[in-house]
Design a protein around this ligand. Structure first.
Ligand code: PGA
Length: 252
């Protein structure tokens, strides 16, 4: 199943609000489309509790993960630890991590490797900034990010990998890529995966769109055959909006 809608709560919500929202989402899962997997990435301190509790099929993701393995790395949490807490995925290479926490392509690649080795799913985020979009280099920017992130990754290992295309100029800005821009970039990413791995991997890999996706534009963005769902920031904080976006992703 390729369709996934993931909510990235970023650094928002208290533990009580998080509990309440997971409970509301869990209760709503019965009325969510059966062809869409639902994922939530809450703040790290809540991961263990939320992944270990009643979650009715909701996948739980960490918003980031350490590039190191277990050891003397004060403050880090590792892929092994996340797996031991029952966490399913980690977002890797989110643009806010790249821009605000100095995560280079090299660090992103290390994180991808840690997750794969630990058996943790990866949502690999890629995206160009406004300058690259304006000078037309978006495809080469995305390609460079993917080449680096997937260095040494085998076809078999791609089974645990989801790609999220998130143009940086559209994240949290209210400015969304047009459906045509999203379709074009997703198709570019899928053909890259076909070249780098094979057609089958390209077909099976979920490619999510992220960047000011909301109920009013999700239908149009998700209509492209290469857009398999979304990585939703702001609009995932409102449970009703998030549910509407999940429903927009159904192809049934
Ligand atoms: P946004 O965030 O939906 O608020 O633009 C998307 C993301 O950063 O994953």
């Amino acid at each position: 199943m390729r369709n996934i809608v993931a909510g990235n709560w970023k650094s928002n919500k208290s533990i009580n609000e998080a509990r309440e929202r997971i409970a509301v989402m869990g209760a709503a899962m019965g009325s969510m489309p059966k062809d869409v997997r639902v994922m939530i990435a809450p703040p790290a301190p809540y991961l263990s509790e939320l992944s270990g509790g009643e979650r009715n099929g909701i996948l739980i993701a960490a918003q980031q993960v350490s590039a190191f393995s277990d050891g003397a790395y004060t403050g880090e949490f590792t892929a092994n630890m996340l797996v031991s807490c029952g966490v399913d995925f980690a977002l890797v290479g989110h643009s806010e991590r790249r821009a605000d926490f100095g995560e280079s392509d090299e660090i992103v690649a290390k994180k991808v490797r840690r997750c794969i080795d630990a058996g943790l799913g990866v949502v690999l985020c890629c995206g160009e900034n406004l300058a690259s979009r304006d000078n037309g280099s978006q495809e080469s920017v995305i390609k460079a990010q993917l080449v680096s992130a997937f260095e040494g990754v085998s076809s078999e290992e791609m089974a645990g990998v989801v790609v999220a295309y998130e143009p940086i100029w559209a994240i949290g800005t209210g400015r969304t890529a047009s459906a045509a821009q999203a379709a074009e970039m997703h198709s570019f990413i899928r053909s890259y995966l076909a070249d780098r791995f094979d057609e089958d991997i390209a077909f099976r890999t979920s490619i999510l769109y992220g960047g000011s996706c909301k109920p009013s534009n999700a239908d149009e963005i998700f209509r492209s055959p290469d857009v398999d769902g979304g990585l939703i920031g702001g609009a995932s904080l409102d449970t009703s909006d998030f549910q509407l976006i999940i429903k927009s992703d159904s192809s049934l």
